[in-house]
Ligand binder design. Structure first.
Ligand SMILES: [Zn+2]
Length: 397
């Protein structure tokens, strides 16, 4: 049996449950946290001791909004052989794991279901990767100027059609349903403010997803789409760029729904010039300011569940894996501890996985990052690779 101890761990109280210890030795059995004990506790029958020398032991990080198929900007629409896709997507998944993300939620794959293959191979122990939560192909209403790439999306039209496609996605292995509610910031010809879906369609998705024991996530920038999604019980509002005061009041104090902002990617808007909503400098500057204001308002003035999402292509992620942290910290003024909670327990709650991950607690899955320094005091401790990453009790490095 895999039974070992991680010694001399500094713990962050807000990310730890069931113990008041600020330093501890943590016992791992197979893929579980078996004990959180005082430093120096003697455990019998252990195979190994890893002394982390007062580094911080945190729950593994969660990115609630990635697309493993976004290997580089150009791959959005490139026709890659389906058999290649899984290898490529594993490359992205592995990068995430090495940067401390032990769970990633893929918010839209293409129809060859490569992220499902990565998920299943990791689950079966064939590969080392993060836990992957999969949407499968997204559901996109056909609309003027909303270009449906048939490789990536199911084009939806009406309640009955939506019902069939949600069932289809779940049957083929989707863990949740991803829906498009508004136009995009970066897609040619799109207006992110425009609501592109009907309420009866959202209602149907939520109903069928709920009846199958799962939930719906929606791409929604504009306030009208966000509001319709909240009214109809969508669990996670992705981007939520222009969320209004009125909608925030509806979300106040709720634990069954929340938002997953993706603000770090706004630094990339210049890459998406031609034909996009942010085609010119004025519009770009104004848009970024507006998003910062709306998400800042959600954080500073409301009690709303906020998760962690990045939504960037792998090449941008590799350029700066910390852009989302830096943006939330420097541009939006989020506190260190709230950023850390968003990257762990808040996202675990939104993904309905808080019984399994998100805090250091006896019985939970042994997914950890060990950080040199104390990121609750200085967030810059997160701006480098973790000292160790542990997934399902297995030490990755
Ligand atoms: Zn996305």
């Amino acid at each position: 049996m895999n039974r070992y101890v991680i010694k001399n761990c500094k713990l962050i109280p807000e990310l730890t449950e069931g113990t008041g210890l600020s330093e501890a030795d943590v016992l791992i059995e197979e893929d579980r946290i078996a004990d959180i004990a005082e430093v120096g506790t003697v455990f019998e029958d252990i195979s190994e001791t890893i002394d982390v020398g007062h580094a911080t032991l945190m729950p593994g990080l969660i990115d609630a909004h990635v697309h493993l198929r976004w290997l580089e900007e150009s791959s959005w629409v490139t026709d890659v052989r389906p058999s290649w896709r899984s290898f490529d997507e594993y490359h992205y998944a592995r990068f995430m794991l090495e940067n401390g993300y032990t769970t990633v939620r893929d918010c839209g794959d293409d129809k060859c279901l490569a992220s499902e293959a990565v998920r299943d191979a990791e689950k079966a122990g064939y590969i080392e990767g993060p836990r992957v939560i999969c949407a499968g192909p997204t559901l996109l209403p056909a609309n003027l100027n909303t270009f449906p790439c048939r490789q990536f999306h199911h084009v939806i039209a009406g309640r009955d059609n939506v019902r069939a496609l949600v069932r289809d996605n779940i049957c083929y292995g989707a863990d949740f349903i991803k829906l498009y509610g508004s136009g995009s910031l970066m897609t040619e010809g799109n207006d992110p403010n425009i609501k592109i879906i009907e309420e009866d369609e959202i209602d149907e998705v939520v109903k069928i997803a709920t009846s199958r024991g799962t939930y719906c996530a929606i791409h929604a920038h504009g306030s009208e789409a966000i509001d319709a999604a909240v009214r109809n019980g969508v669990r996670t509002i992705e981007h939520a760029s222009f969320i209004t005061e009125e909608t925030l009041q509806r979300l106040e104090g709720r634990t069954d729904m929340g938002i997953v902002p993706t603000v770090g990617i706004l630094h990339n808007l210049t890459k998406h010039g031609k034909g996009s909503y942010v085609d010119n400098e004025d519009r770009r500057v104004k848009t970024i300011r507006q998003v910062y204001e709306c998400i800042g308002n959600a954080y500073h003035n409301h009690n709303v569940l906020i998760g962690w999402g990045t939504d960037i292509a792998l090449d941008s992620y590799e350029e700066n894996p910390y852009i989302e942290i830096q943006t939330r910290k420097n541009e939006l003024g989020f506190s260190n501890i709230d950023i850390l909670k968003q990257m762990t327990i808040n996202s675990a709650k939104l993904l309905c996985l808080d019984n399994e991950i998100g805090t250091v607690k006896i019985g939970k899955c042994a997914d950890f990052v060990v950080i040199d320094g104390n990121p609750a005091e200085d967030i810059a401790a997160m701006y480098k690779k973790p000292v160790h990453v542990i997934r399902k009790g297995r030490v990755i490095y």
